[in-house]
Write a protein that binds this ligand. Structure first.
Ligand code: CP
Length: 295
């Protein structure tokens, strides 16, 4: 299958057209159904994973994908300490050097805009695996794939994004992708301190996507197909009192599930801390571990 539009770097969700999204979803579905057909496709290729922030899913799922496709991987966790960044090397210089060793660079960084800076100096494709409060476009692709797999459609989906929307990069990337679909409706559920930022709201208005804001999760539970719960990102708060003020503000429990539709699902990019009670895991509507498995 020909891909309608080729991307060199994957930096932000705005790069994906609806046509490209449809092609990626179809291709991913084929690979999920018949994984052996893709075996060896990346033989001889090398991926460098440069992770300046912690990761479980993103780092290991990229590595697993590369290995399953016959390629090789190398890289560094905690790159601020274990790469020459510790000696003062700039991100741009590190990327120039890694270009000599790798065919693709997967970058997670703590600064918003880092992936764009890396892409600007890189011959090898750069994949943004999360840049601070910026974006996480490959998580958003997985989220769209999960919605499609769980509900059978993305057009017409009604979704509540819940929690730390100001600091969460996955909700930003997912919103950009959802704006490519028809008749989507989004509820942003957050207290004012961590409300969705204005640039995303402006984007939705420009694309005539219906959205609204509320602090009351219960008021939307009966209306939505998806509850997309997120962690309050402790590491992004300037001080402890600001974090304490919103910590634990939304918690999905068995009682929450009673108000949720029977066909609705609960998603979460993970890791979770305390925002989904363990008792929810056994409910068939808890889709977050299935979501992570698809990555
Ligand atoms: N969802 C996600 O990005 O998880 P990690 O931080 O573990 O990679």
């Amino acid at each position: 299958m020909a891909v309608g539009q080729r991307l060199k770097h994957v930096v932000e969700s705005q790069q994906f057209s609806r046509l490209l999204l449809d092609e990626i979803m179809t291709r991913a579905s084929e690979m999920e159904r018949e994984p052996h057909r893709a075996a060896g496709r990346l033989q001889g290729r090398v991926m460098a994973a440069l992770f300046y922030e912690p990761s479980t899913r993103t780092r290991l799922s990229f590595e697993a994908a590369m290995l399953r496709l016959g390629g090789s991987t190398m890289g560094t966790d905690n790159a601020r300490e274990f790469s020459s960044a510790a000696k003062g090397e700039t991100l741009e210089d590190t990327i120039r050097i890694v270009n000599g060793y790798a065919d693709v660079i997967v970058l997670r960084h703590d600064e918003e805009g880092a992936a764009k800076r890396a892409a600007a100096v890189s011959e090898a494709p750069v994949i943004n695996a999360g840049d601070g409060r910026g974006q996480h476009p490959t998580q958003a692709l997985l989220d769209i794939y999960t919605i499609r797999a769980e509900l059978g459609r993305v057009d017409g989906v009604e979704i509540a994004m819940v929690g730390d929307l100001a600091n969460g990069r996955t909700v930003r990337s997912l919103t950009y992708l959802l704006s490519k679909y028809r008749d989507v409706r989004i509820w942003f559920v957050a207290p004012p301190q961590v409300a969705m930022r204005q640039d995303i709201k402006d984007h939705l208005d420009e694309h005539r996507i219906e959205w609204s804001e509320t602090e009351d999760l219960d008021s939307v539970l009966g209306k939505v197909d998806v509850v997309y719960q997120t962690r309050i990102q402790k590491e992004r708060f300037a001080d402890k009192p600001a974090y304490q003020a919103v910590k634990g503000i939304y918690r999905i429990t068995a009682e929450t599930l009673e108000k949720l539709g029977p066909q609705a699902i609960v998603m979460h990019p993970l890791p979770r801390v305390d925002e989904i009670a363990p008792e929810v895991d056994a409910d068939p509507r808890a889709a977050y571990f299935r979501q992570a498995r698809l990555s």
